[in-house]
Ligand binder design. Structure first.
Ligand code: FAD
Length: 144
């Protein structure tokens, strides 16, 4: 038996969560569907991880130029790429968890990890359960 929603939003990148919060706040009953990591491109592979990597590169570059600033470093400056990646993953992961907790904590919102079945305009989660919007209110916030 399909559950019914006023709207279904596909994607939890920059677009989906803000829309979900607005619609849920207006009293609509929603399903938010994400096939991958909550937070989408910006949080998981775009803005946040790239800026975390750039921050490490900047720290290394500045350390290598330390003498120009009157700072003495007792030896060569080395970059530990495992640590750089671990830091990037930690920052990104925390942001993704934050988006997921935000969505799961919203009243009127059911967060589903899965894929919509586009041919029927129903949304099916990884458990096999399916959902349908009650109005013509399927929002694609699925990025490019
Ligand atoms: C390397 C890189 C660096 C970037 N840096 C910046 C920056 O510094 N500043 C900035 O403003 N922008 C930056 N961007 C751009 C930014 O990431 C995008 O503009 C933004 O993520 C778009 O948001 P969105 O919600 O439209 O799509 P997305 O963030 O791509 O989210 C779409 C979501 O939909 C989900 N989805 C897709 N299809 C389905 C499906 N069939 N079923 C269920 N879920 C689905 C995806 O898994 C994803 O989570 C960068 C992008 C890249 C690639």
């Amino acid at each position: 038996m399909a559950q019914r929603f006023d709207a279904i939003i596909i994607g939890t990148g920059q677009a989906g969560p803000a829309l979900a919060a607005r619609l849920a706040g207006a009293g609509m009953k929603l399903a938010v569907i994400e096939r991958g990591r909550f937070g989408g491109t910006c949080v998981n592979t775009g803005c946040i991880p790239t800026k975390a990597l750039i921050a490490s590169a900047y720290a290394a570059q500045l350390a290598r130029r330390a003498a120009e600033y009157g700072v003495t470093i007792g030896g060569p400056v080395a970059v530990d790429m495992r640590q750089v990646k671990a830091r990037k993953d930690e920052i990104s992961g925390r942001s993704s968890q934050g988006v997921e907790q935000w969505m799961r904590g919203l009243d009127n919102v059911t967060s589903i990890r899965g894929m919509p079945a586009s041919s029927t305009r129903a949304a099916c989660g990884s458990t096999g359960s399916c959902w349908r919007p009650t109005r013509s209110s399927l929002t694609l916030a699925a990025g490019r």
